[in-house]
Design a protein. Sequence first.
Length: 200
Amino acid sequence: MSTKENNVEVAIFQKAKKGQYYCGDSYFYTETENEFICALADGLGSGEFAKESSQIVIDIIKDNVHTTVEQLIKKSNQQLTGKRGAVIGILKMDFHSRLYSFSSIGNIGLLTITENGKKKRNIPNAGYLAGYHRPFKVVTDRLDPEMNLIMFSDGVSDNDLSQRFLLNKDVNQVTNAYANHVNGEVRKDDTTLIAIRYEN
């Protein structure tokens, strides 16, 4: 699946873990005139209850797209009181300042790839959202005029992230190559890989 707006193109690969109908990962992205936001949530465990928790987080983000990454994480955390819990990654791009902000609690990762192929991986904050106060940091960095950003859940392995096809500028080719790379493998976790192409 792929969509292209004004500044950003997105392609997504998602697959439930072996034996599960429901994928416990949920995602959302949208582009406005001034910004782009993408969120990926992974409910703890697997199956229907994991999906419920991750979808609660995504619904909060859909309803509050114009607030900061920090506020989005706090609002999501409040809504998970009494639920199973979820890990979350939120990416925001500001087209005017040409900066992106990212925060992750748990094992949602972000890999940035510049035009010359230089990779940088953000380290998530430990833990998960479950209604309790949790310290976290938001990383802000410069958007290159052209770059790829890869968001991923814990079903994506370090070996997957070392593959050369991630350097492809075409996000559809990235997700298609990833699908071929994992084809036939038994995945122990729900797997979501979101390939994002930014061009100013």
